[in-house]
Design a protein around this ligand. Structure first.
Ligand SMILES: Cc1ncc(COP(=O)(O)O)c(C=O)c1O
Length: 343
């Protein structure tokens, strides 16, 4: 029986280039808390990759920390963050944004295929009692890119949502736990998908895509960066040996490693998705990045598990499949053979 890992991209290992960069950063001594030369190079490199001369980068240890700290820096304590009803920040971060944001409320908005639409955001904002101190005042729209549902926001959709937010003086945040998968799949520039579309801060994921222990908040707005300077420290996220986190992120963003890794993960999912469609499986949405949801009864899911496939049930009758940079064509073909046997 071949085991095929499709539970999560978190289950994948660390890209060799990133491990090598950590080892290389271990030579000699360096100032702590980001005062080192690798962190300075990282910030310079982020400015080049995102084509933004004032972009700032704040390495943190988890995606939850990146999201909660970025959002707390963008939203007053009496404010609200609008996000998709299925957003990780709302469903899976134990109210971290509320804690770091001093009570910030999350407001989940429904939307097709895991995406918010500009019209949906406008309708939600039109229903707010603006200027009434009895109700939380929306201050941020947060989009997940790629979405929790494995779909994408094209550049124009990010810009359309951001335009609606701007009408109300709100800022836009991206939960980019899988931002590399989105950039690789859309083939656009990181700048077009963020600040040029109206995004003020990005939670830049790396760990799911070959990183070891570093994610980052990237800001394109000096007021957000000024808050984060203190908030990251207060949250215990300013690592004394930051150079090892910075080395990971620098390697990740160098020579398009992040896009190569994500492209490989996306291609594995495309091969899996195409194969499943040919087999007549019921996919919830066309997988656009590295996640797919398949409708499957429990008995069939059990038979797949018995055949060696590792995956999660996400709801009764639905399983989630996730590929990673490590998923090979052989893995995909073994998974498809197991599906062919049970479908
Ligand atoms: C969309 C999304 N955002 C954020 C996170 C948070 O990452 P972490 O588990 O590192 O806190 C995850 C992790 O699964 C995620 O899927």
């Amino acid at each position: 029986m071949t085991t095929v890992e499709l539970r999560s991209d978190n289950a994948a290992g660390v890209a060799p280039q990133i491990l090598a960069a950590v080892a290389a950063a271990n030579a000699g001594s360096a100032l702590g808390y980001g005062g080192d030369e690798v962190t300075a190079r990282l910030e310079q490199h982020v400015r080049e990759v995102f084509e933004h001369p004032a972009a700032r980068v704040f390495p943190v240890v988890t995606g939850t920390a990146a999201n909660a700290l970025a959002l707390s820096a963008m939203c007053p304590p009496w404010g609200a963050v609008l996000c998709h009803a299925g957003a990780h920040i709302l469903t899976s971060e134990a109210n971290a944004t509320a804690m770091f944001g001093g009570g910030v409320l999350m407001h989940g908005v429904p939307g097709e295929a895991g995406r918010l639409s500009a019209d949906g955001v406008r309708a939600a904002l039109d229903a707010v009692w603006w200027g009434d101190n009895h109700v939380s005042q929306p201050a941020v729209v947060s989009l997940t890119q790629a979405t929790e549902q494995g779909t994408l926001y094209p550049v124009a959709e990010v810009a359309a949502v951001a335009a609606v937010a701007a009408e109300r003086g709100m800022k836009v945040h991206l939960d980019g736990a899988r931002f590399a998968n989105a950039v690789a799949a859309l083939g656009c520039s990181p700048a077009d998908l963020t600040w040029r579309a109206g995004v003020s801060a990005l939670s830049l994921g790396a760990i799911k895509n070959g990183g070891l222990s570093a994610e980052a908040v990237v800001t394109f707005d000096e007021t957000v960066a000024a808050e984060l300077y203190y908030r990251t420290k207060r949250a215990g996220q300013v690592s004394s040996k930051m150079r090892f986190q910075s080395a990971q992120l620098l390697a990740y963003l160098t020579d398009d490693l992040w896009l190569h890794l994500a492209g490989s993960s996306n291609r594995a999912m495309a091969r899996l998705g195409d194969g499943l469609t040919r087999l007549g499986a019921h996919l919830e949405d066309r997988p656009e990045a590295n996640i797919a949801f398949v409708r499957l009864d429990a008995a069939t899911a059990d038979r797949l598990r018995a055949a060696g496939l590792l995956f999660y049930d996400t709801a009764p009758g639905t399983i989630r499949l996730v590929t990673s940079w490590q998923t090979s064509d052989e893995d995909v073909d073994a998974a498809l053979a197991a599906f062919a046997d049970v479908l």
